[in-house]
Design a protein around this ligand. Structure first.
Ligand SMILES: [Zn+2]
Length: 550
């Protein structure tokens, strides 16, 4: 193998991440048939050059590293969200209404206007159906609040759903009314389904376009592989998103490698189809792999539904529904364990969403009996609060911690407020997990957060975000990881969790997935707003072929 003529030589400053520690710098890489065949001194790889070898000479201010894997990115749903209205940045109701009017003009007549991102707290009050109708007259419209627990709808949407002033609230939901009892156009919790059930389902074609478009943007950011934990919407069978992935894979048209997950309601369909975690879907050697069964142990920090070992701190003026002082189980622990066992019986590995320390413990308890029974490793997603007694369990069992450093940027305030002293002691404890020997994989959780992975790397190392202000103190600074550990979490750990020992490093035998960025990002001390968090790839190779070039 080592005497093979190289198809491509890369010469310059190359971080291989191949060893146990450090960045593993080499001067040259030789690539043949999409894999690294040699990595080392320039003279060693030059020996493999032939007349038809293509040379990539890095500039003195450039460095290469392995392609990035986002271990938690909702690619299919995120792709759809790209085409929809996003009010996250609309500081005022007026700005939002202008954006809605713009979106209305771009849509064909009769089509639903869909979006997300409004916040009654930010706007100082609830928006109304009348305002929506003024901005988008006659349009059926449904726009999610930023936390996805309330839906703002137009009169046409209310009519399509058959909601009138005389109708009663459904169990577990609220149809918001004014003092006179008239509908306001805001639906809470299960009442949202009255309208969402009327929106025509997303077609496979729509998903295909959305996935391909977002995946191309990811490649340009240096992301070569994505683990998609699945969508928010309930889908029958394996779902339209899965079908779209399969079609793209069959055409060889997936821009990135994808591990596609299924949700609990899709487990039977996956078992029936004989799918096992780690199986290729579509042509062998293609880019689509069957991933994990995604389960939810608890809720979220912001909605005060994370399952906790001790109750949340009390907030003046804000009482919790009785019985939820220690959060809410989305799936009770016994059922989590049952589902994980049943999935493992069929070769399907689980990843469990767990935010609070009680949820993390329940997830570890449920996953532990399934360790080594599946080709992919069981994972805990988010693991935002981990009790000291549970930290070592990741390393001792091999269960992977899949975390999203960028969440700390928006969570820091709420975590300190709701979890008190525990927040910085036991929260977002990436360094403790790495030091314990656990496999820690990074992701963004897009579209909850932006798709750009580089700011998350910066936060992992600095424990601070530029948006906190210049003098903000770091959050739990003892949990900061080194640059090398952050890069391993972003490049190597996702593949390690997915049974891919030949990805995420640039060692002989590994796939030649590589990203070229400004060298300062890797050479200078990592600072808030510095070169790492703002890195933009100049070149991206997948399987040794140019996938993006700036
Ligand atoms: Zn997610």
């Amino acid at each position: 193998m080592s005497r093979a003529r190289a198809d491509v030589l890369v010469v310059g400053r190359i971080a291989t991440l191949a060893g146990e520690a450090g960045l593993g710098w080499v001067e040259g890489l030789a690539i043949a048939a999409g894999r690294v065949v040699a990595a080392g001194a320039r003279s060693d790889v030059e020996e493999l050059a032939g007349a038809r070898t293509r040379r990539i000479q890095l500039a003195p201010d450039e460095a290469a590293l392995p392609g990035l894997t986002d271990a938690h990115l909702h690619l299919a749903e995120g792709g759809l969200a790209e085409d929809r209205l996003d009010l996250t940045g609309s500081e005022s109701l007026e700005a939002a209404l202008a954006a809605i009017a713009g979106a209305d003009r771009r849509l064909p007549g009769g089509a639903w206007l869909q979006g997300r991102g409004w916040d009654a707290d930010r706007w100082g009050g609830w928006p109304t159906a009348d305002l929506l109708d003024r901005a988008a007259p006659g349009r059926p419209a449904a726009i999610w609040a930023h936390d996805h627990h309330a839906l703002w709808v137009s009169r046409a949407a209310l009519a399509a759903a058959g909601i009138h002033a005389g109708i009663a609230d459904p169990p577990g939901g609220v149809i918001r009314r004014d003092a006179a009892g008239a509908l306001t156009g805001i639906l809470h919790e299960t009442a949202t389904r009255l309208v969402t059930g009327r929106i025509p389902p997303v077609t496979i074609d729509d998903y295909e376009r959305a996935i391909a478009a977002l995946a191309r943007r990811l490649v340009a950011l240096g992301v070569v592989a994505v683990h998609d934990p699945g969508g928010l919407s309930h889908q029958g069978g394996l779902g339209a998103a899965f079908a779209a992935y399969r079609r793209l894979a069959e055409r060889g048209a997936l821009p990135v490698r994808v591990h596609a997950c299924v949700r609990e309601e899709q487990l039977d369909a996956a078992i029936e189809a004989g799918l096992r975690s780690g199986d290729p879907v579509g042509p062998p050697g293609g880019r689509l792999t069957f991933g994990w069964l995604k389960l939810f142990a608890d809720g979220t920090l912001g909605s005060r539904t994370a399952a906790l070992l001790a109750r949340v701190e009390s907030e003046p003026g804000r009482s919790l529904p009785p019985g939820t002082e220690r959060g809410v189980w989305m799936t009770p622990p016994e059922r989590l364990a049952q589902l994980a066992r049943r999935a493992a019986d069929h070769g399907i590995a689980c990843q469990v969403h767990a935010i609070g320390d009680h949820a993390v413990r329940a997830a570890l308890d449920a996953l532990e009996p399934t360790v080594d029974r599946t080709a992919l490793r069981p994972r805990v997603e988010h693991a935002q609060l981990v009790d000291p007694a549970d930290v070592g369990r990741f390393a001792s069992t091999g269960i992977v911690a899949s975390v999203q450093p960028i969440h700390l940027r928006s969570d820091a305030d709420a975590a300190r407020r709701l979890w008190g002293a525990r927040a910085e002691r036991n929260g977002y404890r990436w360094a403790s997990l790495v030091a314990s020997g656990a496999t820690v994989a990074f992701g963004t959780d897009a579209p909850v957060e932006p798709i750009d992975p580089w700011p998350g790397l910066e936060i992992a190392v600095t424990r601070r975000a530029a948006s906190w202000g210049r003098d903000a103190r770091p959050f739990g600074p003892r949990e900061a990881v080194s640059l090398a550990d952050a890069l391993r979490a972003q490049c190597c750990a996702g593949p390690a969790s997915a049974g891919e020992p030949d990805r995420g490093r640039l060692a002989p035998g590994c796939r030649a997935d590589l990203v070229v960025i400004p060298a300062a990002a890797l050479l200078e001390p990592v600072e808030v707003g510095g070169g790492l968090g703002t890195a933009r790839p100049r070149l991206v190779l997948i399987d040794g072929e140019i996938a993006a070039a700036a």
